[in-house]
Design a binder for this molecule. Structure first.
Ligand code: NAD
Ligand code: MG
Length: 381
């Protein structure tokens, strides 16, 4: 188990659950970061006494520096601060739980600084692709999945390393709040309706991504890159109960699954304690109490983000960065009431279809593609 953590995005849904896990396991937390919620970050600083706290927003960083001047914690702003948190000498595991592709550079910096990485921030892997996996491989560090589906697959693969006998990965999807709805029924759905996820309590961006099923599209790309599997060998099945977190199938058609109550503290803890397991405060699974589990085909026509992500993965190059960037922008504009729900998928599809694709050689190429995709969306609002 890694005992020295740096937690990027510590004030978010995954971040706060990570700190609960860290506290129960008596781990040391050396760095904490937030975008701008300095009230919560200050509480976390007083609880964990980290060496470094980072606030992305510069003005808020100055305010926090004043507020915690009685502590030994250093406060830094911006991307430089995030990179410093990701590369701190004292940390051996960086848990990246920021939302959005802003997590890309810190993830690569962590790998270059020889830190193992527990990754919740799927946008990093979707946008950065090979640049991330290559940095991980060439520096000989671990990239441990925190996303529940990917943790499930990773757990199923223990003792069964991916090899020729592995036929496919099967990602489960809750289907979100709009499962079974037609395009017509989705025309006028509100932000409040889209934010109402049936099984998970998560940050706003991923909750909207679950409603559009962009989340599952991002997860197909994430799985392809984490496990080096082609998109054609990744299936999605809608499983409303979120009890089976994902499955793998071998060429003899034996299927293995990982189950548990829907609680992110299980995959978070496994990423931290891997390869060991420790007791957890998460409730036991009672299958008899649940009674039945159901499964359905996803609807690739109504939820076009899912289809577009598969296409972008097959296209390669910066296509997945374009899909991700367009979605980050459209998701945010929908939450601000400036786009309709179905326009998110239309804009992601439009951006992937019309922005020229190329093979990224550097992180700058990815950042440029991301900017072009965001611009494509803002130009059409
Ligand atoms: P959240 O919105 O609750 O928290 C996001 C964190 O990132 C916060 O600490 C915030 O301060 C920080 N942040 C936001 N914008 C930033 C910026 N520009 N610069 C620096 N920091 C910034 O989100 P979340 O639900 O915890 O999700 C975090 C990541 O984990 C996402 O990539 C999400 O897809 C993934 N994930 C979340 C869940 C879940 O259950 N919440 C499950 C699987 C994967
Ligand atoms: Mg997931």
């Amino acid at each position: 188990m890694k005992h020295h953590l740096s937690v990027l995005g510590s004030t978010g849904s995954i971040g706060t659950q990570t700190l609960d896990v860290a506290e129960k396991l008596h781990l040391q937390v050396h760095a904490l970061t937030a975008h701008s919620n300095i009230a919560l970050l200050e509480q976390q600083i007083r609880r964990f006494k980290p060496e470094l706290a980072v606030v992305f927003d510069e003005e808020k960083a100055s305010q926090l520096r004043l507020a915690v001047r009685d502590t030994a914690t250093k406060v830094l702003p911006g991307m430089d601060g995030l990179i410093e948190a990701a590369t701190l000498d004292s940390a051996d595991l960086v848990l990246n739980a920021v939302v959005g592709m802003v997590g890309l550079q810190p993830t690569i910096a962590a790998a270059q600084a020889k830190k193992d990485i527990a990754l919740a921030n799927k946008e990093t892997l979707v946008a950065g692709g090979d640049l991330v996996t290559r940095a991980v491989r060439s520096n000989g560090v671990r990239l441990l999945p925190v996303d529940s589906e990917h943790s499930a697959i990773f757990q199923c693969l223990q003792g069964n390393p991916p090899n020729k006998a592995l036929k496919k990965l099967i990602l489960t999807a809750s289907g979100g709040p709009f499962f079974g709805k037609t395009t017509d029924e989705l025309k006028n759905v509100t932000v409040e309706q889209a934010l109402h996820h049936p099984n998970w309590s998560m940050g706003a961006k991923i909750t909207i991504d679950s409603a559009t099923m962009m989340n599952k599209g991002l997860e197909i790309i994430e799985a392809a890159r984490l496990f080096d599997v082609s998109g054609e060998d990744i299936d999605v099945v809608v499983h409303r109960e979120s009890i089976i977190h994902s499955l793998i199938e071998y060429n003899d058609h034996s299927v293995m699954a990982q189950l548990g109550v829907p609680d992110m503290r299980i995959p978070i803890q496994y990423a931290i304690t891997y390869p060991e397991r420790y007791p957890s405060p998460v409730a036991e699974l009672s299958l008899a109490q649940i009674g039945r589990l159901t499964f359905f085909e996803p609807d690739y026509d109504t939820f076009q983000c899912l289809r577009v992500c598969k296409q972008a993965l097959a296209m390669g190059g910066v296509a997945t960065a374009i899909a991700n960037g367009a979605n980050e922008e459209a998701n945010m504009l929908f939450r601000k009431g400036r786009l309709r729900f179905l326009e998110i998928g239309e804009l992601v599809a439009g951006a992937v279809a019309s922005i020229p694709n190329q093979t990224p050689k550097t992180v700058e190429d990815v950042l440029t593609a991301d900017q072009m995709a965001r611009q494509y969306v803002t130009d059409r609002v």
